[in-house]
Structures are given as C-alpha cells and as structure tokens.
Design a protein around this ligand. Structure first.
Ligand SMILES: NC(=O)c1ccc[n+]([C@@H]2O[C@H](COP(=O)([O-])OP(=O)(O)OC[C@H]3O[C@@H](n4cnc5c(N)ncnc54)[C@H](OP(=O)(O)O)[C@@H]3O)[C@@H](O)[C@H]2O)c1
Length: 227
C-alpha cells in the first residue's frame, strides 16, 4: 500500500489520522518539529503491526521542506499528503503580537503551500495521488477574536480551491476539509475556549474523514453530522 505523509502527526487530529490510516495498512510518514510525540505515535502504530517513519521538520522553512520531502520521495512510495499541521493565537487584533501573526501565516499558509509545492511534481508522475488540506470552519466564516487565524484558513481555502481547478483533469485529487472545534493540544495555553467539553474528540473527526473522503473538492464536517 502507498504511504501517507501527515504533517503535525504527533498530536491531535494528525495523530488520530496516523493511527487510523496505519490500521488500514498504509505506511505512515509522521512529520512535525518535535521528535518525541512522533516517536510515541510510531511506537503505537508498530505495536499494532503497522509501519511508521519519522521525519522532523519545520514547515515554515522552504529549505527544510525541500530537503526532507526529497528524502521521503527517494525512500518511500507515497500516495497521499495530508497538510494538517497548524497553530492558532487568539484574542483581539490589538492583543496579537507581530510574532504571533507571522507564526500563524508562516505555519498555516506558507507551510501548507511549501509542502504541496514540494510533493506536487512527484505526484504528477504517479497514476493517482491525493492531497488533503485540513482547514477549519474558520476557513468558511469570520469569528470573534480569531481574525488572523481565520485569515490564514481563508488563505488555505483559496489556495486549495484554486489547485482543484489547476489540477482538474489530472489524476491528482485535492480536498479541503472544514471541521469545527476539536479537543486537542491546539487549545493549550489559551482561554479562548472556556468549555472544552463542547469540543469533539479528534478520533471522531479522523474516522469521519477516513470513512467519507473520496477525492471530493471539499468536506464540511459540522458537529451535527457526527451525532
Ligand atoms: N483543534 C481544533 O479545534 C481545530 C478545529 C478545526 C481545525 N483545526 C486544525 O486542525 C489541524 C490540527 O490541529 P490540532 O487541533 O490537531 O492541533 P495540535 O494537536 O496542536 O496539532 C498541530 C500539530 O502541528 C505541528 N506543527 C505546528 N507547527 C509546525 C511547524 N512549523 N512545522 C511542523 N509541524 C508543526 C505540531 O507539532 P510540533 O509542535 O512538534 O511541530 C502539532 O503536532 C490544524 O491545522 C488546526 O488549525 C483544529
């Protein structure tokens, strides 16, 4: 089976996608900046007879992305890239620092674009390939105290919708996934969400994506679809 590349695979949704796709028999390429969460996921996959490989990188660096993706392409047969890594800083626009603004734009927007640009020429040599961009309902509508995060997710939406058109009539599918709040480490260090019990478990969102993803241009996962 072809391997699946997942950014941000050490925690949250990326981890759950990694565990579930591994159970289906796909080798998983686990990516992120920190090795230890990726290592724990690799161990869990291997304990269930799956295969996983770790590549650490910072997706904000185009140099890093090019170097690591070239290694992966040389060492594995990849069929799918999941651009999942992302970060958020929340609060009024006045309260955000320029560093936080840049961090969100560089991770959520540039990181997704760099990874896609790095894998696309390889995917174009294959009979079939998939790119899945994890966005958020923040890519569909504005939200209070989320202005820059929402701006980055609208940017990824525009990028994805444009690539859908650019890659029309090719064997590469590209899917934008829009989901609501999930209970993941994403919310650690912020009081933006007061009641985390309302957030959905990432296991449930990962399962929904795997069951329903079929190369369509977009998947909107509102919580009532999961009840
Ligand atoms: N949680 C929610 O409510 C929610 C809702 C809708 C959409 N989303 C989106 O879902 C995606 C996954 O988020 P999550 O909730 O699962 O949060 P999470 O647990 O914080 O996962 C984000 C992952 O991205 C990795 N990452 C961050 N910056 C990176 C960088 N520069 N280079 C490489 N990896 C990087 C992190 O690992 P390292 O720190 O080790 O690099 C982390 O494992 C994000 O795109 C998020 O915007 C989240």
């Amino acid at each position: 089976m072809e391997a699946i590349v997942i950014t941000g695979a050490g925690t949250g949704l990326g981890k759950q996608l990694a565990l579930k796709y591994a159970k289906k028999g796909h080798p998983i390429i686990l990516m992120g900046r920190r090795e230890y969460p990726l290592f724990a996921v690799k161990q869990e996959i291997e304990a269930n007879e799956g295969q996983a490989f770790i590549y650490t990188l910072d997706i904000r660096s185009y140099e890093d992305v090019c170097q690591v993706s070239a290694q992966i392409i040389q060492q594995h047969k990849i069929g799918c890239l999941i651009n999942n890594a992302g970060i958020g800083h929340f609060g009024s626009l006045a309260s955000l620092t320029c560093e936080q603004i840049h961090e969100m734009i560089e991770t959520n927007v540039c990181g997704t674009i760099y990874m896609t640009k790095a894998f696309l020429p390889y995917f174009q040599t294959l009979p079939k390939a998939k790119i899945i961009n994890i966005i958020s309902t923040a890519g569909l509508r504005g939200k209070v105290n989320e202005s820059v995060y929402v701006a980055t997710k609208f940017a990824v939406r525009g990028f994805t919708e444009s690539l859908v058109k650019e890659l029309e009539n090719t064997p590469i599918s590209i899917t934008a996934v829009y989901m609501g709040g999930m209970d993941t480490p994403f919310w650690e260090g912020t009081d933006h969400i007061q009641d985390r019990s309302r957030l959905l478990p990432p296991e449930q969102i990962a399962e929904y994506i795997i069951q329903n993803e079929n190369g369509q241009a977009e998947m909107i996962i509102e919580s009532n679809k999961l009840l």
